[in-house]
Design a protein around this ligand. Sequence first.
Ligand code: FAD
Ligand code: NAD
Length: 403
Amino acid sequence: MSNKPKIVVLGAGYAGMMTTKRLTQKLGAEEADIVLVNKHNYHYQSTWLHEVAAGTIDVNKVRMLITDVIDTNRVEIVYDTVQEVKKDEQQVILENSELDYDYLVFSLGFEKASFGIPGMEENSMSIESVDKSRLISEHIEHQFARYSSGKETNDDLLNIVVGGSGFTGIEFVGELAEKVPELCRKYDIERSKVRIINVEAAPSILPGFDEELVAYARKSLEDRGVEFRIGTKIQECKPNAFIVGEDNEEIKAGTIVWTGGVQGSSILSKSGFEVFKGKVNVDGDLRVPGYENIFMLGDCSWVMDKENDRPYPPTAQLAIQEADTAANNLAALLRGEQLEDFVFDNKGTVASLGGSHAMGTVFSGYKLYGKTARTMKNVIDNRYLFMLGGPKLVLKKGKLRPF
Ligand code: FAD
Ligand code: NAD
């Protein structure tokens, strides 16, 4: 058994993969043992899951074997599911074994938040993982196949309702706007029979985002057949309908997808972490208050934006940048050096709206629309692949098709 300090990284998402990668670059092999735990043998791009859910991308394009990008001579990879972290015993309980650690990086990502809306957990699907997203696209196609076979004649079966128009809901209906005409041709169904309905409680889609870009996104989506019900709160989810608004109107559909919010992994509360709105507030150096050997990253953490006195929204961009600080700070801890505080460098927000449509802001608020925005979105995604696996990974998994 090695007597080197042991760093255990939980979760091979953006935060976990980049922390592990950076640790292999920053630490000498003699400085620490590194273990990466993930429930699957692949890493996936959560930022592309809305495309999997709509069926506009091949599932294998969004995922890659962890061993294709992480050096297994330096990192022990454990494929197992985390059940609990016993913080005081410095132990992780997995489904099939247990692991001791000296330093822990907790980066188990996000789960859907249903806010106790009756029926939402049981009756809606969600864009949370590769498997759950693929289920949505296969479900939609199955509904089209049932309808065209004549087994089901009710047009409501073809309706797709999406709850919540944050970035996930909007990017998803954008993909649907592209996919539905293709499915209509495949199953000989008139396009006008299929309704894509997005329901949002706030008075606007993408609440809080730049008004001009929001108006552009709404028009682009409406022009391609997406219907919006804004200022309409979902009260309940039934097996085949949302119940919405003050008058409990029923919107029937054969496909119901909830994109109304996310929270950090449920393993946080199971492990006794102090959780606020599903996440853990971290210190400036990304450690958990009271636990000098635990770093909390990505969608499991709240990092304060001191300028605006609120936490940064949970994004891949944030998770990737946090990984750099966490790796630097782990190296500093091992070497007895000073730790650094995390500083977020906001590079902007770009959202795809399906096909060659997109919009967003880059740098300090410069607005992009249409094909230019879509190309920028691909550049952002390819840049991550480059950081993770160099040009080979960009060529294999990148989005290289011009618009
Ligand atoms: P994740 O990426 O969720 O990774 C967590 C990992 O942990 C996964 O590999 C998972 O399988 C594993 N795991 C989970 N539980 C366990 C367990 N119990 N045991 C073992 N392994 C486990 N952000 C942007 O910045 N730009 C975008 O364009 C963007 N687009 C998005 C589009 C969609 C459709 C969605 C849903 C989100 C998008 N986001 C975007 C947000 C972004 O995806 C998240 O903020 C990001 O994935 C968080 O990274 P993470 O490393 O914390 O977790
Ligand atoms: P979100 O919390 O940002 O949006 C959820 C939406 O659902 C909100 O608009 C909210 O008002 C609405 N909602 C909640 N309860 C409702 C109800 N009962 N009835 C009707 N509407 C309701 O969640 P998200 O869109 O999943 O995004 C999660 C995170 O991922 C965010 O930080 C987001 O910025 C990030 N993200 C970024 C991108 C991008 O940069 N392109 C894409 C997707 C997600």
